[in-house]
Write a protein that binds this ligand. Structure first.
Ligand code: C2E
Ligand code: CA
Ligand code: CA
Ligand code: CA
Length: 278
C-alpha cells in the first residue's frame, strides 16, 4: 500500500512538474512574443439584421508560436492575466487594432466600429483611460470607431468601474457588455453601467431550437436591451434556425460562423470586397 501511495505521489509530482514547466515555458515565451511579432489579429464581422450590412467587427488575437503553431487566446490570455503580461500584450492589441481600423477607414472599408476585448486586469489598470486616449491620438482613429468589450467581472470594483466607464464615454468610445447573461450579477448591474450594447453569450444561442430555456433568456435580454435603449448583439450564430429566431425576436446584430469564422487581415479584406460590402 505504501509503495502504491508513493507511486501515486510520484505520478502526481510529475504531473505537477509538467503543468508547472509548461506554464513556465508559456510565460517565458509570452514575454518575448510581442518583440518577436508573434501575435496576429483576426477579425470577425458583425451584421445588422435589419439592413444586412456589416455594422462592426470583433478583433480576436492569435499567437503564432514558432514551435507550437497557432495558439488560441483561450490558452494564453489567462496566463497573461495571472502574470500581468496582459498589460503590454493588451496595449499592443489595442494599438494594432486602432492602427488597422484607421487604415481601413482611409481605404474605404466600412465605417463601422471595431470591437476590442479588454480583460479585467487591463480594464482596471490605473492608466487605462490615458492609454486609450494616447493610442487614439497616435493612430488618428476617431473614438467612435473603437468599441471596448468588457464583461460584468468588472463589477468586482463597481465604484472604480463606473469612474473608468464615465471617463471612457467622455473620450467618445463605445462600450459593450460581453458574455451577457452568464454571470450571476448581470441583472443587478446592467441598469447602472453606462454601456451601449449587450452581447448575448453564445451558450444561449447554442440552445435555440433545443427547448424553451435558452430561448426565453434570449428574448428576455433582447427586451431588456430595448427598454434600456441598448443595442443587442448575439455571438456564436452558426445556423439559419438561430439567425431566424434572433431576427424574429428583434435582435439588432449578429456574429458567428454562419457568416464566417474570424479572418486574418488579408482574408478579411478579401471577404469584404468579395461580398461587395465596401
Ligand atoms: P469572446 O470574446 O466571447 O469571443 C468569442 C469567441 O467565440 C471567439 O473565440 C470566436 O472565435 C468564437 N466564435 C465566433 N463565432 C463563433 C461561432 O459561430 N461558433 C463558435 N463555437 N465559436 C465562435 P476565440 O477567438 O478563441 O477567443 C476566445 C476568448 O478569448 C474570447 O471570448 C475572449 O474572451 C478572449 N480573447 C480573444 N481575443 C482577445 C483579446 O484580444 N484580448 C483579450 N483580453 N481577450 C481576448
Ligand atoms: Ca460591438
Ligand atoms: Ca468578445
Ligand atoms: Ca462570449
Amino acid at each position: 500500500a505504501k509503495a502504491k501511495g508513493s507511486d501515486r505521489l510520484e505520478v502526481y509530482n510529475r504531473d505537477v512538474y509538467q503543468e508547472f514547466s509548461r506554464y513556465f515555458h508559456v510565460e517565458n515565451d509570452l514575454r518575448k512574443a510581442i518583440d518577436r511579432g508573434e501575435f496576429a489579429l483576426y477579425y470577425q464581422p458583425q451584421f445588422c439584421l435589419d439592413s444586412g450590412d456589416v455594422c462592426g467587427e470583433e478583433v480576436l488575437v492569435r499567437w503564432k508560436h514558432p514551435i507550437e503553431g497557432t495558439i488560441s487566446p483561450g490558452e494564453f490570455i489567462s496566463i497573461a492575466e495571472e502574470t500581468g503580461l496582459i498589460i503590454p500584450i493588451g496595449e499592443w492589441i489595442l494599438r494594432e487594432a486602432c492602427r488597422q481600423k484607421a487604415k481601413w477607414i482611409n481605404e474605404g472599408y466600412p465605417k463601422v466600429p471595431m470591437s476590442v476585448n479588454l480583460s479585467l486586469k487591463q480594464f482596471l489598470q490605473h492608466n487605462i483611460v490615458h492609454t486609450i486616449e494616447k493610442i487614439l491620438k497616435e493612430t488618428k482613429l476617431p473614438p467612435e470607431y473603437l468599441d471596448l468589450e468588457i464583461t460584468e467581472s468588472v463589477t468586482v470594483d463597481l465604484d472604480r468601474t463606473l469612474d473608468i466607464l464615465n471617463q471612457l464615454i467622455k473620450v467618445g468610445v463605445r462600450i459593450s457588455l460581453d458574455d451577457f447573461g452568464t454571470g450571476y450579477s448581470s441583472l443587478q448591474y446592467v441598469g447602472q453601467l453606462p454601456v451601449h450594447e449587450l452581447k448575448i453569450d453564445q451558450s444561449f444561442v447554442k440552445k435555440i431550437g433545443k427547448g424553451k430555456e435558452g430561448e426565453a433568456i434570449i428574448s428576455m435580454i433582447i427586451h431588456l436591451g430595448r427598454s434600456l435603449e441598448l443595442k443587442v448583439i448575439a455571438e456564436g450564430v452558426e445556423t439559419k434556425e438561430q439567425l431566424d429566431f434572433l431576427q424574429k425576436q428583434g435582435c439588432d446584430l449578429v456574429q458567428g460562423y454562419y457568416y464566417t469564422k474570424p479572418l486574418s487581415t488579408e482574408e478579411y479584406e478579401q471577404y469584404l470586397r468579395y461580398k461587395d460590402l465596401c
